[in-house]
Write a protein that binds this ligand. Structure first.
Ligand code: PMP
Length: 294
């Protein structure tokens, strides 16, 4: 472990030249009453990271449990007492020219930063339908977090922001709604919570999975994973996006059309409140999702 300013790679590193890296994005939340930091679902984050690595022909000498121990060591070291974001990465670490995945060595690194909000208007986001398409599973797998694939997300985000929107809804190559630039999407139609299936070119989000479980268990909602057509987003009663960085972001307008009543709806409001308590280890029913830093 070294200070962040000393954690450097060479400019000829394969992962930097070709985007041949996979990463995770994880949060640890400060619980003020307990005066403790809790990492949210680190096992699931590291499982997805190792799976992303598998898709990109990467192996590292750590399993999920080993990576959790490294995370706890890192967080203990600086005695963090605020919400933080962790960015583990596995990358092709050789130097030099030659685009491929094989016969290259893999390295693991991780850093931690203090972190608060990711989307400013998280109770009333105005989104557009992006003119960019989501990367296809046969181009670069969206189900993994591949660094090079985030050029797609960057194009989506910048064009949305420059056009005055907070975020964008991205369609896949079949014209179905996939997700946002770095978050999954949910809508409420006729009281049913609907989200695209993992086979529609989405990242298999851990917040998505958590929200599905919370909606079923706590609100007794019917949750359906099915393809969503473009125009359904104009007639949904409620809509929101989920992600580790974004958390739960209410969408109240799509391309200048109000979603439902044009304000954050009751299901989104309840799920946001439940999620905020659960990530901070304030709901004992979900304590198996909170790993305490001690
Ligand atoms: N989709 C994309 C493209 C993302 O980058 C993210 C952020 N990791 C998400 C969805 C949300 O996933 P998670 O809830 O696991 O952070």
């Amino acid at each position: 472990m070294v200070p962040l300013s000393e954690a450097k790679i060479n400019i000829a590193t394969h992962g930097f030249l070709y985007g041949t890296a996979v990463f995770g994005g994880m949060r640890a939340y400060w619980n003020e009453e307990k005066k403790r930091l809790f990492v949210f679902r680190p096992y699931d984050h590291f499982k997805r990271l190792l799976n992303s690595g598998r898709m990109m022909a990467m192996t590292i000498p750590h399993d999920e449990e080993g990576l959790i121990q490294l995370t706890l060591d890192l967080l203990r070291m600086d005695n963090w007492q605020c919400d933080v974001y962790l960015r583990p990465t596995i990358y092709k670490a050789d130097m030099g020219i030659g685009v491929r995945l094989h016969d290259l060595k893999d390295e693991f690194c991780m850093f931690v930063l203090a972190f608060e909000k990711y989307v400013k208007n998280d109770t009333n986001a105005h989104v557009t339908v992006s003119s960019w398409r989501r990367i296809d599973d046969n181009v670069i797998p969206a189900r993994g977090k591949v660094s090079g694939a985030y050029a797609n997300s960057a194009l989506i985000k910048t064009d949305a922001n420059r056009a005055g929107f907070d975020e964008a809804i991205v369609l896949d190559n079949h014209g179905h709604v996939s997700e946002g630039s770095a978050m999954n999407l949910f809508m409420v139609r006729d009281g049913v919570l609907v989200t695209p299936p993992i086979t529609d070119n989405i990242l298999e989000g851990i917040t998505r999975r958590s929200i599905i479980e919370i909606a079923r268990r706590e609100l007794g909602l019917e949750v359906v994973e099915r393809s969503i057509d473009r125009t359904e987003v104009f007639i949904a009663e409620e809509m929101f996006m989920t992600g580790t960085a974004a958390q739960v972001v209410a969408i109240t307008k799509v391309d200048h059309r109000p979603v439902g009543i044009g304000a954050m709806g009751p299901i989104t409001t309840q799920l946001r409140a439940l999620f905020n308590d659960i990530v901070r280890a304030k709901n004992p029913k979900y304590s198996n999702w909170n790993v305490e830093v001690r």
